[in-house]
Design a protein around this ligand. Structure first.
Ligand code: NAD
Length: 261
């Protein structure tokens, strides 16, 4: 089912598309289908061919390399946004990373270096990207990021990434307060397990995905398309009045303890 939203006079920046399975791409597809003009940022030049393939033949799109932890890259990225669009309506942050070793052992053994990397890439970049976006964002604009339930409950091996997601969710509320006067909304979408590159780097993700499908109230996992539709709701005027929230799209996984056989 497609949702009918007209975003033909709107502009968006989507940060963090690695390939066609990326949740950032699922969101971008909804924006593009609604007529939005969309710019993309990707982490390194090795990701460019994949993005170029996805964007081939699409109107009103452009892309630029930007490591979200680099101030210089963010300056250049938002200068490009200004040049291409003049302003910005929507910012999508779909970025996370923790060093693999931090997700293999015990949370107790997290090193300061791995803690800093995970928190900087996965939470602080929402703050820095929002700050760079601020002068370009039109009143009534909207910012959406992606989070995961390991912020609220222990998910084996998620470790410092669970802490980073808790920081992201708290940052969402503080950013929503700062942007409130201009009615620029800031929300985060808590997605159930999805098969993406980032997920594959989590040890034991396959088991988590299968158990998720069994335990969710729907008896299946949510889909990237469903993530895209919730993000579209939150970005567009359909979500007016909603800010500072963590909204779940997980086919009812987080509400369950154990399902009856
Ligand atoms: P993905 O690997 O497709 O996307 C992650 C993106 O982060 C990649 O494009 C990667 O290049 C980018 N990235 C990492 N470090 C970066 C940096 N320093 N600068 C710029 N970009 C950087 O995987 P995904 O699952 O689509 O992840 C997108 C978001 O969704 C993440 O925040 C992730 O935690 C969240 N999420 C994923 C799941 C899941 O099960 N896949 C569930 C809930 C939330």
């Amino acid at each position: 089912m497609s949702v009918s939203v007209d975003l033909s006079n709107k502009t968006a920046l989507v940060m963090g598309v690695a390939n066609g399975r990326s949740l950032g791409w699922a969101i971008a597809q909804q924006l593009l289908a609604a007529g939005c003009r969309v710019g993309f940022s990707y982490q390194g030049e090795r990701l460019r061919p994949e993005l170029d393939k996805l964007l081939a033949g699409k109107d009103g799109v452009w892309s630029q390399q930007a490591d979200a932890t680099s101030e210089a890259d963010l300056v250049a990225l938002f200068a490009r946004v200004k040049e291409e669009f003049g302003h910005l309506d929507y910012l999508v942050h779909s970025i996370a990373y923790a060093p693999r070793q931090a997700m293999e052992g015990r949370f107790l053994d997290t090193t300061p270096e791995d803690w800093n990397t995970a928190l900087q890439v996965s939470a602080y970049t929402l703050v820095s990207a929002s700050r760079h976006a601020e002068p370009l964002l039109r009143d009534g604009g909207s910012i959406v990021s992606l989070t995961y339930h390991a912020s609220q409950q222990v998910v084996p091996k998620y470790n410092v990434m669970g802490v980073a997601k808790a920081a992201l969710e708290a940052a969402t509320r503080y950013l929503a307060a700062d942007f409130g006067e201009r009615e620029i909304r800031v929300n985060t979408v808590s997605a159930g397990p999805m098969r993406t590159i980032a997920a594959r780097s989590i040890p034991g993700f396959g088991g988590l995905y299968d158990k998720g499908a069994r335990n969710a109230s729907f008896g299946r996992n949510a889909t990237p398309e469903e993530v895209g539709k919730l993000a579209l709701f939150l970005l567009s005027d359909l979500g007016s009045g909603v800010t500072g929230q963590t909204m779940y799209v997980d086919a009812g996984l987080s509400i369950m303890t154990v399902k009856e056989d």
